[in-house]
Design a protein around this ligand. Structure first.
Ligand code: ADP
Length: 524
């Protein structure tokens, strides 16, 4: 079974967010489980830089793809690399087009989106098909990711398969002709099933309707039940409508996005695909985030011997953050993008009471929203002995914070999966999180019952309000100070959670197998 990922970001070649981590990690895990796996991704400037500074090799091919875009046909080069795994290597195909991808940013420059993003990613999505045709690759599943590759399922169904299934379902109108005429290549496409993963529904790739012209697709697809969305072209919606299966990055988020509260106005479309919508929890890189081996830490520890190592990490973090060194004071922290999604304004609301009434310490690491950053800086000036703020992005410091704190704060308004609460669990820093999305699926609340049966590993609250969060923080601080034995048991449960990719990769594999079996039930 050959799974081909089509992704606009893949770590370590390019990264702006969690999408890159998933597309870097999941193909490797699938390869270990015996799948043939490949990745198609743009050859950005940052990817070229990566190869210049790495021992990994980028191989030139003389392949040239002809990609229709609007009324033109543009050429793309193909370069390749291999990712070694304990199974078969993962083949990486880089799509090379200097005008589109040789820029300083991936999607934007200095915060301003490139005005031709629709064209760039329509070109990239179409290139995947021309690559398959040109190299005659036998692919079973094309796995698209987020809006940037939302056109992949559409191209497959409306242009490259010999018969449209969306049209054939009886629910929607038949897709238009003419299709691409491939002669004997069509069976390369008829065998393919498509999957799209939604990593964050907020980002949908919405463009002016005129962008339809660039896609090369017929205007008859520009309807409310296919690609149109309140007068605009919506690439994620198009991907959801046309793919054979849809996944998102946690089971709870898969439910939430079908509701008005979290559906970002696509809840109706997602409800109509409910039978093909799956929530599969992301894993984390358990080698990079391993408190036993982490070289960024002043001391290492594991779930059995954590007391000494963790105390050293706490002491060293208090020094680094310029806070009074005190092993008994509860040290809270977060590492996050400063974005309204993350709900950190609730933390800022609570800091004065928590400092004045409970004498807590807080270490914050974040970058993004300037107003919020300024709020935390003001709190630091007001409470220099209790609050430390690092503005910016630092991987090393993020490891030291995860290891040194007692309690991690993540009061997200919505959270498709979330990584930081998982890092916290692994480092024995009990998370206080809002009961939403992937946080719901990974954090088990410290109720009396869960504490008693040994499953509790953190604290949940329900409403996006400081008062509700405060109840959870108060309960956590009580457990930290007065129920030490329970606290250590929760740390042990947290540190023993299985957060690896292996489990998720098995679920993806099962889904692909189901899709491929469905293919043989049909007419292939
Ligand atoms: P999101 O992808 O929505 O930002 P996640 O929790 O899924 O949130 O992943 C965020 C990732 O980015 C984590 O790996 C986190 O450690 C990292 N991160 C976010 N902000 C910072 C920062 N200021 N410094 C270092 N790492 C950060």
């Amino acid at each position: 079974m050959h799974i081909m990922f089509v992704a606009s970001e893949v770590a370590p070649y390019s990264k702006t967010g969690g999408l890159a981590d998933v597309c870097g990690a999941l193909p490797k895990e699938l390869a270990k489980l015996g799948c043939k796996t490949s990745i198609v991704t743009p050859l950005y400037k940052c990817a070229r830089d990566y190869f210049q500074h790495s021992t990994d090799r980028l191989n030139t091919t003389f392949e040239t793809l002809s990609i229709p875009i609007g009324s033109e046909v543009k050429r793309a080069g193909v370069q390749t690399a291999k990712i070694k795994t304990s199974g078969e290597d993962v083949d990486v195909y880089f799509i090379e087009h200097e005008d589109y991808f040789g820029r300083d940013g991936i999607y934007n420059y200095q915060g301003v989106d490139y005005s031709d993003n629709c064209e760039r990613f329509a070109f990239f999505s179409r290139a995947a098909f021309e690559l398959i045709r040109s190299l005659r690759l036998e692919v079973d599943v094309l796995h698209a990711n987020d809006w940037q590759t939302g056109l992949v399922p559409v191209y497959l169904d409306a242009l490259y398969r010999s018969t449209s299934r969306v049209g054939a379902s009886g629910f929607l109108e038949p897709a238009p002709r003419p299709r691409v005429n491939f002669g004997d290549s069509s069976n390369l496409f008829d065998r393919i099933q498509s999957v799209i993963t939604i990593h964050n529904l907020r980002h949908q790739g919405r463009f002016w309707r005129d962008a339809m012209e660039l896609t090369g697709l017929d205007w008859s697809l520009f309807t409310y039940d296919k690609m149109e969305f309140y007068g605009q072209l919506n690439l994620l919606k198009a991907g959801v409508v046309f793919s054979d299966a849809i996944t998102t990055v946690s089971p709870q988020y898969a439910k939430e996005i079908q509701t008005e509260a979290y559906g970002e106005r696509l809840q109706g479309v997602l409800q109509s695909r409910a039978n093909d919508l799956y929530g599969i929890l992301n894993g984390i890189d358990v080698d990079e985030w391993d408190p036993e081996k982490d070289s960024y830490l002043p001391a290492n520890f594991n779930s059995k011997n954590f007391k000494v190592g963790k105390a050293k990490c706490k002491e060293s973090l208090q020094r680094e953050a310029n806070l009074p060194v005190d092993p008994d004071v509860p040290l809270l922290g977060f590492v996050s993008r400063l974005d309204p999604q993350k709900g950190l304004d609730l933390v800022a609301d609570l800091v004065p009471t928590l400092v004045e009434e409970q004498n807590i310490q807080l270490v914050a690491l974040g970058s993004g929203d300037r107003t919020l950053a300024e709020r935390f800086n003001l709190l630091k000036r007001r409470y220099p002995r209790n609050v430390a703020v690092f503005n910016g992005f630092s991987v090393e410091l993020s490891h030291r914070i995860e290891a040194g704190i007692d309690i991690f704060l993540m009061p997200s308004r919505f959270e498709p999966c979330g990584l930081n609460q998982m890092y916290s669990l692994r480092y024995g820093s009990l998370p206080i999180v809002r009961d939403v999305g992937g946080l719901h699926d990974t954090v088990v609340n410290a109720s009396d019952e869960n504490i008693a049966n040994g499953t509790a590993n953190g604290f949940l609250f329900y409403w996006s309000e400081a008062e509700d969060m405060k109840k959870a923080v108060d309960w956590a601080l009580h457990c930290y100070r007065d129920r030490k034995k329970d606290w250590y048991n929760m740390m042990r449960a947290a540190m023993s959670s299985d957060l690896s990719w292996t489990n998720s990769a098995r679920q993806y594999k099962a889904l692909y197998e189901k899709l491929v079996a469905r293919r043989s039930d049909e007419r292939f």
